[in-house]
Design a protein around this ligand. Structure first.
Ligand SMILES: Cc1cc2nc3c(=O)[nH]c(=O)nc-3n(C[C@H](O)[C@H](O)[C@H](O)COP(=O)(O)O)c2cc1C
Length: 192
């Protein structure tokens, strides 16, 4: 089984989502020995922003980088994404990655009946961290956005491990992180 592990936090060792995404991947490794993990740190090695040149494929390096990102995504059985909420949405590096995996003819296509996702059959697990508490709020453009992106690509199984309110106080952060970490074994066991 192939796992693609993506991180996008800018907070290095102080990151909530990095800790959560690593715990999910470690859980998968324990559950499925021999699992093959590909890791991409979008903060350390960002994917170039999509541009007119990218679409025209006039820059060979850019085209190759985009194709690598897309192929890693297509090859994965499970995609684990560390996705903090930054300014109500996702980090721009994660958006740049999404712009490279949403490719007409490869991961979705339009038909006379509307769009059809072509990347179904994967499991996507999002390790989400939020300074505030946003579940159910109408200013959450992070989780609904991520659900919509993957649904559009044909992936209905998008699960969230979530630490919220981490900015409220140090104790909130400790409790939210502990709660999120504690939820991982059950989440992984459910689909085992
Ligand atoms: C640049 C930046 C923007 C942020 N914007 C928001 C926000 O809009 N809403 C929110 O609830 N928290 C916000 N936060 C707090 C983060 O969501 C919170 O710290 C979370 O733990 C980030 O995950 P990370 O620790 O893995 O980076 C922001 C943090 C940073 C660094």
């Amino acid at each position: 089984m192939k796992v693609l592990h993506i991180d996008s936090s800018v907070l290095a060792d102080n990151s909530v989502t990095r800790e959560l995404s690593a715990a999910v991947v470690n859980g998968l490794r324990a559950q499925l020995p021999g699992v093959e993990v590909t890791y991409r740190d979008l903060d350390a090695v960002p994917v170039p922003h999509l541009s007119g040149k990218s679409l025209a494929k006039v820059d060979e390096l850019d085209a190759a980088a985009g194709e690598r990102v897309l192929q890693q995504f297509l090859d994965a059985d499970v995609v684990v994404i560390g996705a903090p909420m930054y300014n109500f949405s996702v980090p721009s590096t994660l958006k740049a990655w999404i712009d490279r995996i949403a490719v007409a003819g490869r991961t979705f296509r339009y038909t006379e009946a509307g769009p059809v996702g072509l990347a179904g059959g994967k499991r996507v697990i999002i390790a989400s961290g939020r300074g505030g508490i946003h579940t159910g709020s109408n200013v959450d453009f992070q989780e609904p956005f991520l659900r919509q992106v993957f649904a559009f690509l044909g992936i209905d199984t998008v699960e969230f491990v979530r630490a919220e309110g981490v900015a409220y106080s140090p104790q909130h952060r400790v409790d939210a992180l502990a709660g999120a970490l504690a939820s991982i074994p059950q989440l992984l066991a459910e689909a085992a």
